[in-house]
Design a protein around this ligand. Structure first.
Ligand SMILES: Nc1ncnc2c1ncn2[C@@H]1O[C@H](COP(=O)(O)OP(=O)(O)OP(=O)(O)O)[C@@H](O)[C@H]1O
Length: 299
């Protein structure tokens, strides 16, 4: 479990993280979403022990992360701007990783060679940007970390490789309870992989939710009634949004499917449809509720 309590971080008197408290459960995939400059990279670097916070604590399984080689031995951070030693081949980089990470798994490295299909004798700097990102994943996954911290990890990967990498990540989470933290400015890019999402804006975590809970607890309803829309029904439902489309009402309702169906059904609607929302729609309504214009945050 990764646990941050009351974390604050400033650069030259500019506060970048404000009192951040969050928990990331072992074996989960946590998506940290936010616009440019929101504080994602800073938060990830604090989480990975690369930067030190001025206030608060950052712990992994109750041990502090900063300057703790034991924790860092089981954690890999892939930054948004990759760094490899100039003139090193993939093979030389793999030897370097092998020396640093005690969990390095050579058979895994060999297995992933077939998946990524890159020449290990070639200098990493001679590969394209997307290929270099594949090398970063290849090395990281061969180090068998307990925690993988990824800053905008899918930038520059083509759709086929992106899917391949996501599958590899999910496999490690399922098979050995690896924990992943992924930052992104794009909800659509991470919604198929994350089970937990936090939104950061101006250094504050605005919202933090389990995606399954989130999806199960909000629905789109289309309903029409013979005469008027029963006023009592609207009081009984937790309405987040309402639109009129001719005689049909479109409602965004908080609540479980069975409960909503029963409540609306009791008023004998002539039209009744209950649909799930996309994750993007959910965030628009959730964040609207806390007074933010989500389009400006998640673009
Ligand atoms: N080393 C630094 N020195 C001074 N200011 C910094 C430093 N690193 C980050 N900042 C500032 O902190 C704020 C948050 O930056 P950060 O890189 O964490 O945002 P981000 O959410 O990752 O953005 P992006 O999506 O653009 O990568 C920005 O205002 C940035 O200018």
């Amino acid at each position: 479990m990764i646990e941050l309590r009351g974390v604050e971080k400033s650069f030259q008197n500019q506060r970048v993280l404000n009192d951040i408290t969050l928990q990331i459960k072992t074996g989960s995939i946590y998506g940290l979403l936010g616009s440019n400059g929101a504080g994602k990279t800073t938060l990830l670097k604090v989480m990975a022990g690369i930067l030190k916070q001025e206030e608060g604590s950052v712990q992994v399984n109750e041990a502090p992360v900063f300057e703790n080689p034991e924790v860092k031995n089981k954690m890999v951070f892939i930054p948004d701007r990759l760094y490899f030693f100039p003139h090193y081949t993939i093979e030389q980089m793999s030897k370097f990783y092998q020396n640093i990470y005690s969990g390095w798994d050579q058979p895994r490295f060999e297995e992933l060679k077939n998946i990524f299909g890159l020449d290990i004798k070639k200098k990493v700097s001679q590969f394209s940007k997307g290929m270099q990102r594949q090398v970063a994943f290849w090395l990281a996954l061969s180090a068998m970390p307990d925690i993988l911290v990824l800053d905008e990890p899918f930038d520059g990967l083509d759709p086929v490789v992106r899917k391949k990498v996501k599958n590899l990540l999910i496999r490690d989470v399922a098979e050995r309870q690896m924990t992943i933290v992924i930052s992104s400015h794009n909800l659509r890019e991470v919604e198929d992989i994350c089970d937990y999402v936090g939104i950061i804006h101006n250094g504050d975590i605005l919202l933090e939710k389990d995606l399954d809970d989130l999806k199960a607890d909000i629905h789109k309803v289309q309903a029409a009634f013979r005469n008027h829309v029963p006023a009592k029904l609207k009081q009984e439902l937790t309405l987040l949004h309402e639109e009129k489309r001719g005689s049909v009402r479109l409602w965004i309702v908080r609540g479980k499917e069975e409960v909503i169906t029963e409540k609306v059904g009791a008023y004998n609607p002539v039209v009744f449809d209950l649909l799930p929302l996309t994750l993007e729609e959910i965030f628009i309504y959730e964040m609207g509720g806390v007074g933010y214009n989500v389009e400006n945050i998640l673009v």
